[in-house]
Ligand binder design. Structure first.
Ligand code: SF4
Ligand code: SF4
Length: 544
């Protein structure tokens, strides 16, 4: 038996297992879509899930939520529900999946005598008709299980498109209205830029008084501070001590946000370690998932402070658990598919994926891709990726074909109108130093961003500016003549003048704080590239 530290047994500590992130539906307002669509993860088997939960010491009647995605998509869902002992189980389901094809689906669950089952359903009119939903609820109610909640999500579009269906269900079943929690605007709909003013519900919501009761959103300014920002801040967050949230692959996460995107798990249940008491620092505050508000409280976190996101390579950060977890995964992916993974790149990859505040799994342009692992890893993680480079076209076509990555042969100095306003994320890593007209190239790329889109730029820095094409030949002393590439190196001042200010004049502005003196570049031991020179990063975002 695993005995947990006492805070896990507090009555408000939330125990949940997202047994699968797969779903039978494709609701445009999906809560997982707020910052990216879901991707399938390896899933624990029913046997493993039961070994874990039945092996955790708990009081009879301990609440446990079995959720997804759509949990009935898990092949062992019946074994799981029937095998849990001494739990008050809540199963949340959308009522339409292959599980429901069996006319006797409602007879499949025979929960253990020590457990109880509550069934929680939401009517998703994009996914099933009112008649189908009514029939499923009627069957569930014929079984002995308690169908506690039937609801629908009130979005700006649902009532217009599906008002008749919702009224039909309401005439048959007492159905409550769930508030839409997520980003929305009139131009982009559910793909609206992440801006506090696009976060719903807001003061204009038709039934704002009841939102507080239903979702715990008692202070909308605080809600926007917690969930509605474009960039994360660093805070001390107590959420990890108020939840035991397990993802499909058995990873134990601090909160829903980190679980949905598999960011820095505390551990896997196969080797369970409770969350540390002291280290409760989080760098993602402002991007939190709305489901996390009840645990942190609808109040602004007073410890919030902006992060330095524009800076030079800092080797000390390599040990941060979430960076280590991400980069280990990228390296494993590179080894598995024989793709190039430079061990210094952890810095750029971590800042691109963890801290830039981009639309996770959005439409992405990877620039100067050459043979890098990164665009293919992004695609593997659910991003819609295009690569662009002047060279390596046949290679990128071949590898891109395997991973669903589109490749373009293109010169960044030439503006391509077909790409204008297309991308949520541009990863422009170690490229601009190799382009003679760097300012022009970066301005072209900025025009490829959509409003709210993010570009991550990394490039080489040195103690003095050396103009293209000579830097590599002058600085790199440990390689034979003729092996050098054409490049320049920047100083903080020249990087500002040639790259950041021209972007800012176009309304593409830095996010987070800036400190290009965060390390002492005059010391060889601080320079990342064999003590010769280093590189730095900037994150810019197109204003909305
Ligand atoms: S049923 Fe739920 S999890 Fe599935 S797509 Fe719809 S909102 Fe998302
Ligand atoms: S993402 Fe938000 S809820 Fe999750 S640990 Fe960080 S601050 Fe807390």
């Amino acid at each position: 038996m695993v005995k947990l530290p006492s805070h896990y047994y507090h009555q408000r500590c939330y125990w949940a297992h997202m047994v699968t992130l797969r779903c039978s539906a494709r609701c445009p307002f999906c809560i997982l879509n707020g910052r990216g669509r879901r991707i399938a993860q390896k899933e624990m088997s029913g046997k493993e899930i039961l070994e874990w939960w039945n092996g955790v010491e708990h009081q009879p009647g301990q609440k446990l939520s079995i959720i997804g995605g759509e949990p009935t998509m898990h092949p062992d869902i019946v074994e799981i529900i029937n095998g849990l002992k001494n739990y008050h189980i809540t199963l949340t389901t959308n009522c339409k999946s292959p599980f429901y094809n069996d006319p006797d689906f409602n007879k499949k669950f025979k929960v253990h005598p020590t457990s109880t089952l509550r069934i929680n359903t939401t009517f998703h009119p994009h996914h099933l008709t009112a008649d189908e939903y009514i029939a499923v609820i009627a069957k569930w109610r014929k079984s002995s299980y308690f169908v506690d909640q039937t609801s629908f999500v009130y979005t700006p579009e649902t009532m217009k498109q599906y008002g008749d269906e919702i009224r039909k269900v309401s005439a048959n079943i007492a159905m409550t209205e769930g508030s839409f929690l997520g980003f929305y605007d009139n131009e982009y709909g559910f793909s609206a830029p992440f801006e506090p003013e696009n976060l719903m519900p807001n003061e204009g919501y038709h039934d704002i008084k009841r939102v507080g009761e239903r979702c715990g959103l008692t202070d909308l300014n605080a809600y926007r501070h917690i969930c509605g920002q474009a960039t994360g801040q660093e805070v001390q967050c107590w959420h990890p001590r108020r939840s035991l949230i397990i993802g499909p692959n058995g990873n134990y996460h601090h909160c829903h946000y980190k679980m949905y995107y598999d960011i820095g798990p505390v551990c896997n249940v196969k080797d369970f370690k409770p969350t540390p008491n002291k280290d409760i620092t989080c760098r993602h505050y402002g991007l939190c998932n709305w489901c996390d508000v009840p645990r942190v409280g609808c109040v602004k976190n007073k410890t919030a402070k902006p992060q330095v996101l524009n800076k030079l390579y800092d080797k000390k950060e390599r040990g941060l658990p979430e960076i280590d977890y991400l980069f280990t995964d990228i390296q494993k992916f590179g080894i598995k598919y024989s793709l190039e993974c430079n061990k210094l790149k952890w810095f750029e990859y971590a800042y691109s994926l963890l801290y830039s505040g981009h639309r996770i799994r959005g439409k992405t342009l990877d620039v100067g891709s050459a043979r890098s692992v990164f665009p293919y890893y992004l695609s593997h993680r659910g991003y819609n990726v295009t690569t662009i480079d002047v060279s390596d076209g046949p290679y990128r076509d071949e590898v891109g074909g395997k991973f669903g990555v589109t490749s373009i042969v293109g010169d960044l100095r030439e503006f391509d109108p077909e790409l204008e306003g297309q991308f949520d994320l541009i990863t422009n890593l170690s490229v601009i130093e190799h382009i003679d007209e760097d300012t022009r190239a970066i301005q072209n790329l900025a025009r490829y961003l959509r409003p709210g889109g993010v570009m991550v730029i990394s490039t080489d820095f040195y103690t003095r500016y050396i103009e293209y094409p000579d830097a590599n030949r002058i600085i790199v002393s440990d390689r034979p003549a003729g092996s050098h590439t054409d490049s320049r190196v920047y100083t903080p001042e020249t990087f500002e003048r040639r790259i950041l200010r021209p972007l800012e004049q176009m309304g593409v502005k830095r996010v987070g704080n800036t400190d290009f003196n965060n390390i002492d570049i005059t010391k060889r031991e601080e320079r990342s590239v064999r003590g010769l020179y280093t590189f730095g990063i900037a994150i810019v975002r197109k204003q909305t």
